[in-house]
Design a protein around this ligand. Structure first.
Ligand SMILES: C[S@@+](CC[C@H](N)C(=O)[O-])C[C@H]1O[C@@H](n2cnc3c(N)ncnc32)[C@H](O)[C@@H]1O
Length: 363
């Protein structure tokens, strides 16, 4: 077994690559937008003399996909005359590309900062499985495509990089248990940080009751490229087992489980799960397929996989390999993945299952 690190930055996304290759996550985030106004609408009116409104963006990466939801939250606050000053705190793991995030937030023409001189962006380099904010300060929280990342990888998976496609029951049990404790930990911290009446909207990947997530065939192209690298002796047995995607895609039941019917945190704060909607996101690159642009289609899908998996995979390779050797090895795996996607393009097209959840602090 690989020893677990207590702080694990393996989930951080590749700087520019994630920014350029996060169209899928951009489209996914939109399913949470209708819940933002409701969350802000439930916020009690502040007393005069209260400090600035505090908004959190949990798991921001480079912020590209946060601009629109944060703008919507600020618009909803203005509509309620709970106008700025506001601080927007983008949180992520300490190794995140925060320079890229400031570049996005400060320079993008779509930034929530445009025409809002009283809004101030800040960052917190701390896991969302820890306390980030003082008690009773958060007016609104947003998180998209982030909460399926576990606090640490519970261990290697012998037969697939993705636990939901593994036949190894001990891996599935270990990852499920980590997901349960991480979800509870996330809720526990937010039950302290949120003001009473304030809410968090979370958009994330979903596992259906049939156990499927909608991207199995796409993920299998990568699994096959990894297996080929193992068989060719490019990857060692132990590296192959360690190359995991340290996530758990929660089902509706997983999401509901800590709410019985409300969630009570260790310090007595209570959260209610007030909204849970599910949907299926059509393949964001489907137009390329429809126009028979198979090579471009395969490149886009591989770019998507690479942007969120490459940092984890690089950290799981033998530490004896230098950075250049790791980069060459991974290049080979991405090239193999791209070729497999191109060869099976019509049958690998994903249909991502997603959930949008709104949670409110009630006490
Ligand atoms: C797929 S990206 C999503 C980024 C963005 N929210 C979006 O919708 O495109 C997942 C982000 O979650 C971050 N992340 C993973 N585990 C985390 C943790 N425990 N605490 C904070 N951020 C985390 C990663 O570093 C990454 O930036």
């Amino acid at each position: 077994m690989v020893p677990e690190s207590s702080r694990d930055d393996a989930g951080v996304m590749l700087g520019g690559a994630y920014r350029a290759d996060s169209t899928t996550q951009y489209e996914a985030a939109a399913i949470g937008y209708p819940l933002i106004e409701d969350a802000v609408g439930a916020l009690p009116s502040p007393d005069s003399g209260d400090g600035p409104v505090v908004i959190a963006d949990f798991g921001a990466a480079q912020g590209t996909n946060s601009l629109q939801p944060i703008s919507l939250a600020l618009d909803s606050l203005s509509a309620r005359e709970l106008s700025p000053p506001a601080v927007v705190v983008h949180t992520d793991l300490p190794g995140n590309d925060f320079a890229g995030l400031f570049d996005t937030v400060d320079r993008s023409t779509d930034s929530y900062l445009v025409d809002r001189p009283d809004v101030f962006p800040l960052v917190a380099g701390r896991s969302f499985y820890e306390r980030i904010f003082p008690a009773d300060t958060l007016a609104f929280g947003w998180s998209s495509s982030s909460l399926h990342w576990l606090s640490t990888a519970p261990g290697p998976i012998p037969d697939h990089f993705f636990v939901h496609q593994s036949h190894d029951s001990s891996s599935r049990i270990a990852y499920a248990a980590r997901s349960t404790s991480d979800w509870t930990t996330f809720l526990d911290h937010r039950s302290v940080e949120l003001q009473v009446g304030a809410g968090v909207v979370i958009v994330d990947v979903l596992r259906g009751n049939d156990g499927l997530v909608g991207s199995e065939a796409l993920f299998d192209c990568l699994a096959e490229a990894l297996r080929a690298a193992l068989e060719q002796g490019v990857l060692s047995d132990s590296e192959y087992a360690r190359m995991v995607y340290p996530t758990w895609f929660r089902s509706v039941d997983d999401l509901h489980a800590p709410f019985d019917p409300v969630f009570t945190g260790r310090t007595g704060g209570q959260l209610d799960l007030v909204d849970l909607t599910t949907t299926v996101l059509a393949d964001p690159f489907g137009d390329l397929l429809a126009h028979n642009e198979t090579a471009e289609y395969a490149a886009k899908q591989t770019g998507f996989l690479r942007a969120f998996l490459a940092p984890s995979f690089a950290s799981q390779l033998d530490p004896g390999r230098d950075a250049a050797a790791k980069a060459r090895l991974l290049e080979r795996i991405w090239a193999g993945t791209r070729d497999l996607i191109a060869a099976h393009a019509t049958s690998v097209a994903p249909a991502y299952r997603l959930s949008a959840v709104r949670i409110t602090r009630t006490r």
